[in-house]
Each structure stands twice: as structure tokens, then as C-alpha cells.
Design a binder for this molecule. Sequence first.
Ligand SMILES: *Cc1c(COP(=O)(O)O)cnc(C)c1O
Ligand code: SF4
Length: 336
Amino acid sequence: MDDGLSPTLNRPRWQALLADAITRPADLLAALGIDAAHPALAAEHLHDFPIRVPRSFVARMRPGDPNDPLFLQIWPRPAEADEVPGYGVDAVGDMAKLKGGGLIHKYRGRALVIATGACAVNCRYCFRRHFPYGDAMAARGQWRETLAELDADHSIEEVILSGGDPLALSDDKLAVFADALDTRPWIRRLRLHTRVPVVLPERVDGALLRWLTASRLQKIIVLHANHGNEIDDSVIAACVALRSTGAQLLNQAVLLRGVNDTTDAQAELSERLLAAGVLPYYLHVLDRVAGAAHFDVSELTAQTIMRELAARLPGYLVPRLVREIAGEPAKTQLPW
Ligand SMILES: *Cc1c(COP(=O)(O)O)cnc(C)c1O
Ligand code: SF4
């Protein structure tokens, strides 16, 4: 297991829940009451990208329904084995941009830090599912290399903790980094890219809220929820707590075939996010990562959904439809 997750005598409750996540296909099917023979499984991918899903997220899936939109996001299907032209292991050109300390500096004024390779959930469409995390984990060595990179380039005013999922790290590790950023006057903003408050809301505990509140930096937390059913009362409570630290909450979603590729699903997602005090930020079309082609939604469908969404909801509930194109100076907004 990775940084911060090793069992200790008095570890936080969330770490025990994370360790208790379902990692065996048979356990997941049993928990949902799905006939083991029914949905086919891509067993060949379980070694390099195993199943991983916290039990509280499983509890939000519809029992007995192999087409449940949350289940589809984490269940390895045989189509993962398909080799599809145009789909590769480094879909967005991250590896060419990777510096020491896990820093990826693609865009002006902000840089992304691969804090850890660990996640609370393994999403089958993940664009970093093939990422060589072993070489790039910032939290190793007390963030020394990452801080050295930031000290060498004062144009970086916003540090984005990503991964993997930064909230898979312990609060001790995260607080050390936040403290170090606080002492660097040219750094203004700390951003977290995290799916953990959605899939394991118990992670949002007193220790997390304490170091977030203590930081002088402006805080932006970009969550990742793809479907309204992911946002239950426990997630809403976690978001309310996160906002109490002064953080601005946004969401990025991925447009996924069979999961959220209808106007109704997107409208419901936006409404549920707002109920949690979260505004939709980006709706990504799928990054072309090997093993995920079966999730792709055509740009034509995406544009139709966007037009219908804009006709239905207030502007602040309409996300920006974007594609990440390697080499571009920002995410590319797709016209609709
Ligand atoms: C997506 C991304 C960002 C953040 O981009 P915003 O448009 O500011 O949300 C920053 N760095 C990297 C490497 C990214 O991939
Ligand atoms: S939580 Fe994010 S980084 Fe982790 S598997 Fe899911 S999409 Fe990928």
C-alpha cells in the first residue's frame, strides 16, 4: 500500500474504511446481488489496474442492476482488452512534461503535482490508468524535489495537488506540504483535484479541515463526480464541511457512454452538485486512453447534450465542454 495508508494502532477511521474497500470482483457482485454469471469481466486487466471501490460508494449503486451508472464506472468489462487505433497509454502527453518531484507544468501560472499514485477508487476510464507512478510521487522524500522545482520558477502561483488522489495521503503529509507553500510568498493558490470526498466522504474529517483552514492560501477544491446518484447526504455534508474552510468547490466530470450521456443525467448531476454547494466546472470528453474506448461519446452527441442543457438550466449550472489536447496552452473548449 502507498504513502499514509499503512496500518497503525490509532489510524483515522477513513484509513480503515479505505483499507476495507472492495478489491475482488466476486465480493462486489455479492454486495450488489448481481448474478456472477451476468456481466462479463475483463480479468486480464485486474493485475495492472485492479478493482477498487469503497463500500459506502457501492451502497449508492442500485442492487441487482449491472447497468447502474456507478457500477459501470468501476467494473472492468471485456472491451477493455480491445486495441483501438488512436488510444494509447499517455493520452494527454503528461510524460513528456513531467519534471522532478512529480511536477507537470503545462499551463501558465499553475502546475500540477502528482502527489501519490494511490486512489480510493479505480475508475475504468481513468486517463492515468497506465501512468508510471513509481517514478513520480511527490510525497516521497518530504516533497523536497517538488519544492525545489517551485523555488526555481516563481511564475507558478497556483499549485494543484493531483495524482492518483491527493486525499489518499495522510493529513500529516499534506499539512507539511501546505505549510511549506504558505512560506513561499509568490504562491497564492492551492488547488486539490480529488474524487475522495465523493467516493469516501468519511475522509473529510477534523484533521483535514484543520490544515486546510490554517493555510493562508486561497483554496480551490475540484471534485470529480459523474452522476447525480454519487451525491448523497453524506457527500453533501462533506462538501459543506470543506466549504467551511473557505475553499471554493467545483466539479469536473467525464462524459461516459452509458453512464451520463443524456441531457437528463447531466441536468441531474448539476442540480445535485448545487445542492452540495459545488458548481460544475469542466465536462471532459474522454481522453483516448487504451482500455477505455467503449466509454467514448461522439462529439456530436456531446454538443447536442450541451445545447439542451443550456436551454434547460441557469448558466452557472452548465459546465464547459473540454478536450485536453497535448501541446495546447489550456484545455480546449469545444464549441456547441
Ligand atoms: C488540467 C490541468 C491543469 C488545470 O487546468 P485549468 O484549466 O486551470 O483547470 C493544470 N495543469 C495540468 C498539467 C493539467 O492537466
Ligand atoms: S479517482 Fe481520478 S485518478 Fe483515481 S482512478 Fe478515478 S479518475 Fe483516475
